[in-house]
Design a protein around this ligand. Structure first.
Ligand SMILES: C[S@@+](CC[C@H](N)C(=O)[O-])C[C@H]1O[C@@H](n2cnc3c(N)ncnc32)[C@H](O)[C@@H]1O
Length: 190
């Protein structure tokens, strides 16, 4: 599945697909929960808009994605802004060795990527006091939009249950920015 995803996303980033530049205001409105230093990981970072935002706030950020083409765009955009980020091509779902090698993180960010099976890894790879932010559309989004398709959407209420032992600092589901029905989780490792 992931090799298919890699090819699909490399083709998409290599096409005239307009890779969003601006960070989602759903994320930027959570700024009060985020530290301004430490190590940040943007999981499935794509063109890098969210990780670059985090780096601009002072974190030492790594962008991880299965698509080298997406990360090439991210590198170019970070350079344009004069901000340093590291990029790692890694399959976050199917390459446990590769993702373990990434290490420990003070902030882990996952936006527009369904990381269902990754929550135990998030818990294990957050530093004590570290913060997880996940933003992902739910099935309610289909009431207004055909995409993302069903396979990429959370069930209603599902994301809160995925937080496991983490301390939930903020949770909401609703029609938020970009007219998208998102689930939003901010959780801390105690
Ligand atoms: C909808 S884009 C979101 C990009 C970015 N997070 C954002 O919000 O702008 C989904 C991203 O997931 C990446 N992706 C898909 N499967 C992946 C996997 N198994 N491991 C790492 N990244 C993956 C794709 O390459 C793509 O960049």
């Amino acid at each position: 599945v992931s090799e298919f995803d890699r090819q699909k996303w490399n083709a998409k980033y290599g096409s005239d697909f307009k890779v969003p530049r601006e960070p989602s205001v759903v994320l930027t409105s959570l700024e009060r929960f985020l530290p301004s230093k430490g190590r940040g990981l943007d999981v499935a970072a794509g063109g890098g808009r969210h990780g670059i935002w985090l780096a601009n706030r002072g974190l030492d950020v790594t962008l991880a994605d299965v698509s080298s083409a997406g990360l090439a765009i991210a590198e170019q955009r970070a350079a344009e802004q004069g901000v340093a980020v590291k990029t790692v091509v890694v399959d976050m779902l199917d390459d446990p060795t590769g993702r373990d090698a990434l290490g420990q993180w003070d902030v882990i960010l996952s936006v527009c990527f369904l990381p269902r099976g990754l929550f135990p890894w998030f818990v294990e790879h957050l530093t004590p006091g570290g913060t997880l932010v996940v933003i992902q559309p739910t099935i309610t989004n289909l009431e207004r939009h055909d995409r993302p398709p069903r396979d990429f959407l959370l069930e209603s209420g599902e994301l809160r249950g995925l937080a496991g032992p983490l301390d939930v600092l903020h949770y909401e589901e609703g029609w938020l920015a970009d007219d998208r029905h998102d689930a939003v989780l901010v959780a801390r490792k105690v």
